[in-house]
Every structure is written in structure tokens, then in C-alpha cells.
Design a protein around this ligand. Structure first.
Ligand code: F6P
Length: 416
């Protein structure tokens, strides 16, 4: 993370059902994972909290003065909280609302600039009726705004709500400062005055986003000879049990997912030997190699504690930031995994990553939106598949523990 974090507000813009919340949360998850204190301020949740969740579409009509006043109040309440968050140590905030008029955006920008914060508008424009319709049906009609309302009625009301916003909508113009326009879910990206390292990364990230659901499976390699000896790092081959796991993994994957998935490994023997048994083409990434234990590579934890007690204690004290002498920290691992994350976002087929404990912890923290400093403590046991299914705003997880010996594919145990 940079020494002086940027203090930045991303202000979302767009009609309802244009994926603003999806984009805001994705950016937030990515930036938190990189170590920036990031938070999303969703004006819709403030509205539901203060005015209840069931609001007729007329509440959103710009000619409805009471509705306008109520909406302005909740927008300002969210804005106040966002400014307080940035003042009190937050780095980056996402202001998630329609912000569909220039007047509203000017107000938000003026308040931010008065606090010395930079503002970037992120406008999602979608003119493809099929995408909007799919979004309305998949997310909006099932949102808390329409709990208990029959789907068709919810869809009808929501379309009218969109029409109200449309009647007052003004696109972001160049006079309003830096912006990113995402058109038709990333088919086109338009940038204006977007400069600097952090914004370039966010844009790069956005270039890879898509909304097609697909699973990501994570597994460690089969048990290695170093695992048996309790030694860290190294480049040892699989043990007998590890080879058994590779065979079981291969048959389970064949039974479940057919052959339509991508396999990624590290460049280390133990992951490649595991992948070879699956028999599908695989891509070996250097970025997926295990955390570099530097001078401790090949040692057991007891040997480190005995011969380098200071190092051992320093790691115990701050496992996330601790960097092995001439090696890496978890923080370093996260930085080098960034290209993997971009590729993971871009890929539309299911992905199987055969990796290592520390690296998979970091990827897991990204997928599950867990604070990065928790990642050194995530449990990623050997001989277990973690099936992660991204949902609209999060990710479902299922763990499948496999015995290390070849088995009938139906014979594996699944955790709840
Ligand atoms: O022990 C297996 C291993 O993959 C080592 O190569 C690596 O150093 C270690 O796990 C990472 O786990 P931790 O950060 O808990 O030491």
C-alpha cells in the first residue's frame, strides 16, 4: 500500500438496474484487498432504513415534492457518513446512488471538495434492453424493495420507477471533472481526466469485469514430500497420498464439471504433478508460486523457532506484514497476485486453481471479501476443494473434503 493513501470518492451514476451496486462493490472489494480502507455507502439502504422498503414508484417521481425531499435527506445522510468515514481514517469511499442529475452531482462534488477529497464519477450506461431486463428480473424484482410482491407486479412497478429517473436523467459531462463511463457492461469504456496509478488500476480492473456467473474452485496440490516432513517451501514432488489425491480430484472433477473448465497451477512441481493427472491443458503461473520463505525455505517451524527465534516471534506478532528475510510477506503475495485477479475476473469459463496454502488464502480473501489481514489465518486444508460461486453481490462457498486414495466419485464427503 502507498505511504499516503489517496482519499478518494467514487460517485456512482446511472439509472436503476444498470449494475451500479455490482460495480461499486466489486471496486470496493478489489481496493480493500489491496489494503485500502474502502467502504460502500448505498443510499438505497438508507432509504429503506428510514422510509421502509415498500415504496410505490410514485415516491421516485421527480414531480413528487415529498418524495424528492425524503430522497434528498437520505442522500445527504449517506454523504455525511461517507465524509466522516474518509475524515476518520478511511481511504476510499464508493457513493452508491443514481446521482442522475447534474445538480445532485454538483452538490456531492462540492461537499467532497470542501473536505479536500477527489471525486471520480463512475457512470454505468446500458442501452441493451436484454441486459436491463435480465438485471431487473434477476436482482431488482427480488430485492428487499419488493419482498412478498409477486414478480410481475414488482417488475411493472420497477419499470415505472426507472421511467421516473429517466425523465430527469442528465449524463455526466466533461465539465464535471474526471469520469469513467461503462457502457453496456464494459463493451465500451470512456475515460475523462483519469490519471494516476490507482485510477489506472481501477480502470484496468473494470476492463476485465463481466457479469456471467461461473464457479471458481481452489485446491492445494496433493500432499508433498515436504508436507510429510513438515518443511515449508521447497519444490518437492507429491507423496504417495498426494498422488492418490490427484487421482481422486481428477475423477471427481470429471464426474461433476465435465471438461469445460480452465486449470491454473503454479510453476512448482507439486501443483503441476497434481494437474497432470487431470489430463486437461493447464497454465502454470509464476505468480501462483507459494509464499517465498527466503532464508527459511526448506526448514520446519520448530527449526525456525530454535535457530531464528526473533524471526519466529516477529512472524507470530504480525503474520500478515512479516516478510521472511530475502523472502515475502502475505502483503507481498497479494501484490503479486493482482494479474491473476484480473485474469480471474476476465475469464468466463469455470476456473480450477491448484495452488498453495498462502497463495490460496490470499485468493480466498479476495473472492470472499475478507479483510486482507485475516487471510494468513484462513483454513485451507490439504485434500479439500473449495467451490466458490459468485452471486450478485457476494460469493457462496462449499468445501468438499476428498480422501487421498482413489475412490468412487460419489464416495467423497461434503462439509455443510
Ligand atoms: O506448509 C506448507 C506451506 O505451503 C509452506 O510452503 C508455506 O510456507 C506455508 O504453507 C504457508 O503457511 P503459513 O503462512 O501458515 O506458514
Amino acid at each position: 500500500m502507498p505511504d499516503s493513501p489517496p482519499k478518494l470518492a467514487f460517485v456512482m451514476v446511472g439509472l436503476p438496474a444498470r449494475g451500479k451496486t455490482f460495480i461499486a462493490r466489486k471496486i470496493a472489494r478489489y481496493l480493500s484487498w489491496l489494503g485500502y480502507r474502502t467502504q460502500v455507502f448505498n443510499v438505497g439502504s438508507y432509504r429503506r432504513e428510514r422510509h421502509g422498503s415498500r415504496q410505490h414508484h410514485s415516491f421516485f417521481d421527480p414531480r413528487n415534492d415529498a418524495g424528492q425531499a425524503a430522497r434528498r435527506d437520505v442522500a445527504l445522510a449517506a454523504l455525511d457518513d461517507m465524509l466522516a468515514f474518509l475524515k476518520e481514517g478511511g481511504d476510499i469511499a464508493m457513493y452508491d446512488a443514481t446521482n442522475n442529475t447534474r445538480e445532485r452531482r454538483n452538490l456531492v462534488r462540492a461537499r467532497c471538495e470542501a473536505e479536500g477529497l477527489s471525486v471520480v464519477f463512475v457512470e454505468s450506461i446500458c442501452n441493451d434492453p436484454a441486459i436491463v431486463e435480465a438485471n431487473i428480473r434477476a436482482n431488482k424484482a427480488r430485492s428487499p424493495d419488493y419482498e412478498g410482491v409477486p414478480e410481475e407486479e414488482a417488475v411493472r412497478d420497477f419499470r415505472q420507477r426507472i421511467a421516473h429517473y429517466q425523465s430527469a436523467y442528465e449524463e455526466v459531462s466533461e465539465a464535471e471533472g474526471p469520469f469513467v463511463k461503462i457502457i453496456d457492461v464494459g463493451r465500451t469504456l470512456v475515460l475523462h481526466r483519469v490519471a494516476g496509478y490507482l485510477l489506472a488500476r481501477v480502470v484496468h480492473f473494470l476492463l476485465n469485469l463481466h457479469v456471467q456467473p461461473r464457479s471458481v474452485r481452489l485446491t492445494r496440490h496433493g500432499e508433498s514430500e515436504f508436507n510429510v516432513l513438515g518443511r515449508i517451501g521447497g519444490d518437492s514432488p507429491l507423496s504417495e497420498a498426494g498422488r492418490g489425491y490427484a487421482r481422486t480430484l481428477a475423477s471427481v472433477l470429471r464426474a461433476r464439471g465435465g471438461e469445460d473448465f480452465v486449470v491454473w497451477t503454479s510453476t512448482l512441481r507439486r501443483t503441476i504433478e497434481t494437474a497432470e493427472v487431470i489430463g486437461l491443458p493447464y497454465r502454470a503461473w509464476r505468480a501462483l508460486d507459494e509464499i517465498d520463505a527466503g532464508v527459511c525455505d526448506g526448514m520446519t517451524y520448530d527449526e525456525i523457532a530454535e535457530t531464528m527465534p526473533h524471526e519466529y516471534e516477529a512472524r507470530q506478532a504480525d503474520k500478515f506484514r512479516y516478510r521472511y528475510p530475502r523472502g515475502e510477506s502475505y502483503q507481498d503475495v497479494i501484490q503479486r497476485l493482482e494479474p491473476v485477479i484480473f485474469e480471474l475476473e476476465r475469464e468466463r469459463r469455470p476456473v480450477l486453481i491448484i495452488g498453495h496454502q498462502a497463495v490460496l488464502r490470499a485468493l480466498y480473501a479476495y473472492m470472499m471479501d475478507r479483510p486482507p489481514n485475516e487471510c494468513p489465518f484462513v483454513s485451507i486444508p490439504l485434500h479439500t476443494i473449495l467451490e466458490l460461486e459468485p452471486t450478485a453481490y457476494g460469493c457462496d462457498e462449499r468445501r468438499i473434503e476428498l480422501p487421498p486414495a482413489p475412490l468412487d466419485p460419489e464416495g467423497f464427503r461434503q462439509s455443510p
